[in-house]
Write a protein that binds this ligand. Sequence first.
Ligand code: ADP
Ligand code: ASP
Ligand code: MG
Length: 826
Amino acid sequence: MHYVERWRVHKFGGSSVADAVCMERVARILEQDPHPRMGIVLSACRGVTDTLLGVVAAAERREDVTGRIEELRRRHETIADTLLPEEARQEFMSLLTQDCRDIASILHTISLIRFSSQMVRDLVAGYGEIWSTRLFSAYLRHRGRRPGQVQWVDAREVVVVEWGSLGPGVRWTESQENMDRLVPSGPATLIITGFIARDPKGLQTTLGRNGSDFSGSIFGALLNAEQIHIWTDVDGVLSADPRLVPEAKVIDSLSYSEAMELAYFGAKVIHPQTMAPAVRKGIPIWIRNSFAPEKPGTLICANPSSQLAVKGITCIDRVALVNLEGAGMIGVPGTAHRLFGALRDHGISVILISQGSSEHSICFAIPEAESVRAETVVRQAFERELQDGHIQSVEVEDNCSILAVVGDGMAGSHGAAAKVFGALGAAAVSVRAIAQGASERNISAVIDGKHSARALRSVHSSFYLSPHTISIGLIGPGLVGGVLLDQFASQVERLSRELKVDLRVRGIMGSSRMHLAGHEIPLGRWRDAFGAHQEPADMARFVQHVNADHLPHAIIIDCTSSLEVAQHYPAWLAGGIHVVTPNKKANSADLPFYLRLQEASRQGNTHYMYEATVGAGLPIVQTLRDLHGTGDRIQRIEGILSGTLSYLFNVWDGSQPFSQVLHTARAKGYTEPDPRDDLSGIDFARKIIILAREMGLRLEMQDVQLEGLVPEALTSCAPQEFLDRLPEFDAPIAERLRAAQARGRVLRYVGAIDAASSSASVGLVELERSHTFANINLTDNVVRFVTQRYNQNPLIVQGPGAGPDVTAGGVFADLLRVCAYLGAKL
Ligand code: ADP
Ligand code: ASP
Ligand code: MG
């Protein structure tokens, strides 16, 4: 009777058969699948192929490799000792010992001639698969839980391949005849060597590095299997390399073309050639995790059900970009043909090509290892044109990467390219060249190699809504900085869940020491963590650490009031780091510095946010920006922008001396330790300058007409003396209050900016009792915007304008605004 049950093929990668425990796991997986006919393709145990190729290279350099071969022998011996019964163990060991002897003689010859041919390298590299399959077939036979016999199959007896310019090509008819001769008719489990094959002359060859996936699908086709399962150490094909993008997600299904494109552009989980044999026979491929066999994995087939437009984002590193430029190429037929013909003749494979419509330049990417050769080949091919000046330059740029975004669905949807380039821009990654296949299945961008990880994460976040990872460094964990960290601690989890922003505080720096964390500082315990690490503060190291290459976005929060720190902003902003701060020093420094700040943030495509420099958490700067941005014309801004001065004049009704009111305020903590810092009006004037500049006025600090309240005679004495002697000066200010009251008015310390006269002032003014500024509470701040739109009835922002809580809140709001600009869904 003819046996009708079809074959099922399982391929296990090196990570799935790394040791005895792994092999036992694989055996269990196979025994749980009751299918009667199975082809099992195995890789070498993890790392063995690398080691074998390593010893060949070492022998060429005449290094002693006996130790390394012995180590390989012992590693396999350990598996045999653990898994095999004595008789099978002995049989395996005697073959292994003989193989190791053979390898040693081959290596000896190599070390004498200091050279190895491709054939010899293939021969040695292939032993790993022979050993892993011998071990596993003996083990599975010994367990005896599979139906039918367990048969070891040497792929070299079956698969015949011919190497050409496109890699190994299978000779199907010959291979099929070989297979048919070997196939048993009933239930059976074939244990097949992956990776190796033979060439048309009968000599051993391989299918290239990572070629066991290809073996799996070749045997799938030869056995006309109903399914191919490729088992590895991850849950399936992920939306990006999980080592670079930890939040990558499993893709439930992919088309063959998508899988091929992802594999070609670097998704190591599957070899690009794997798909072809399966497509020919329409066999579905499953990618599954041998460490978690209960998970469904990824299905690769002709008509996948997944609706996602973009399936995966990959990256190929160590690429060189070659740019050929010259007006002489315009309209000259055959230039590309000559160029790529020459490269093909020298066996240099081109990964990506991009040509502008003007034909003025052709740009292409190749593996970096070929860059020197490629340049020579191109220069030779166009020697005449280079001499005649028809081609001006051939430039080669090493250390590039290609980022590829892959998905069949991009063809029918809009905005994929905008998302890709928007995300790259937001991560401050510049793009050197772009290619999009006519199939619209792939958008590729050549970028600077050192940004590949940050580019990958940023683009991944924009398509997969995985949290936008933001690396944060905080300088100045004092009053405001400390509260801000506490506020983060209570919010980061929610922000990650709801808004998809992953805020990672990776550095905290005080005045003398700092703490840097590779991943992130545990926010709930930041004080302990900061206290326990006493690394000396080092600004350069701190900045470099926060602006890590692998994280897409970096923000420095400056919670100091230091000019020295502020002086770094232009370099940070120009270098791709966003800056958020309540520190007034930068924006109130001299005008050329202020203009440099603006220029740096344009140049670096970064955001500089300082809402909390004026009125703490009150939306003052943002309101001004919105008015400006929507085309309103700001005519005048007036306000009370000092909580201390606000308090002093709100409570002082003349029934006690001014010095007494100041004393009470100081006792309540409403003033600086030295109240002259408030009374001088300088801090207030800084805020006025910040707003004036925001309005577009080019004012310097000395342009502000400032009326300070510190008596001339007390400006430079010690703080205590100032407090002691202030009562001597109560009379003149009391007189001013009385005069105002006599006119039915009140005194307030107010700042004003007038656009028409381009002037600004800060000082005591008399106001009607009904004026808004005469009716605010305690330490409130208040600002009145008189604009073209808000003319008769000005726009007023009022509320508590000082204190660590609200100031930190203002900084936090700025931070979230930056997150939104970077693409987070706020
Ligand atoms: P095996 O030994 O099973 O052949 P490989 O090491 O060749 O396994 O391939 C699996 C590895 O590929 C995973 O551990 C993962 O780190 C890496 N990888 C890279 N890109 C992807 C991706 N897009 N999806 C899944 N894994 C990927
Ligand atoms: N063992 C071979 C290699 O490491 C083939 C494979 O594992 O896919 O390249
Ligand atoms: Mg592999």
